[in-house]
Design a protein around this ligand. Sequence first.
Ligand code: SAH
Length: 266
Amino acid sequence: MTIQHQARKRFGQNFLVDQHIIGQIVAAIGPSADDNLIEIGPGTAAITEHLIQRCPTMKVVELDRDLVGFLTEKFADYPDFSIYSGDALKTDFAQFHDGRQLRLVGNLPYNISTPILFHLLKNRTLIKDMHFMLQREVVDRLSAAPGSKTYGRLSIMVQYHCRVMPLIPVPPSAFRPAPKVQSAIVRLKPHSTKPCLAENEELLSQIVSLAFQQRRKTLRNGIRAYAEHLVGVEAVVDLSRRAEDLSVADFVALSNYINQRILSKK
Ligand code: SAH
């Protein structure tokens, strides 16, 4: 079955057409029959039709109702396949947890890639891994190391929760219509044991945000809102360093120090 579907800009639709790339993506995911596999934004099923062969119980979440109709028909012979019609940003992914951790897959609209990542990370303990097609620039930011130009809040907050593995570069010609930007497949694997643990993740996030508002200034300047809690902090982190040069572990140590100071004043 084929579909004459006019790609809709408002749903960020760029459909994969390059069978070689699709094959590489499916191989990278390596789906198996007992996976709790969920695809977000299956579209015209370019990836789905391969995944479902190996995992007939897979689920999909699709926003475009026309495509939901198409998918329902296309996979009518798969009784264990489920379609959730709706917005992935408003979907409670915890509902899919059935004792098996989730494996999430998606070639998502690029304008919602960061919000969806943060939405999914709320349920990180329920997630085994995620394979996403993103703008290559976003993949670079996700995987950036300290000192690099693309290193920032996104790198730190995602690396705090996940191991980030850039996998497959994908050119615009792999899609119809072709996007203006380069893309890449990235694998995110939530840490089962975090390499470093923030006592207060909200505080970590606030400190990282503040510090990167002026990424080239010294940390002392960037986080001066916390000045009263910084007495003695030099034993943990050198405040004359710049935000862009601190590792995830440095930020966690800094936020734990400030957290202890705040608690001791209560
Ligand atoms: N995975 C397909 C389609 C990619 S286009 C392929 O690779 O060819 C992006 C898909 O995400 C479209 O099907 C679009 O309708 C869907 N989509 C867009 N916003 C969404 C949202 N908020 N929640 C779920 N699906 C969404």
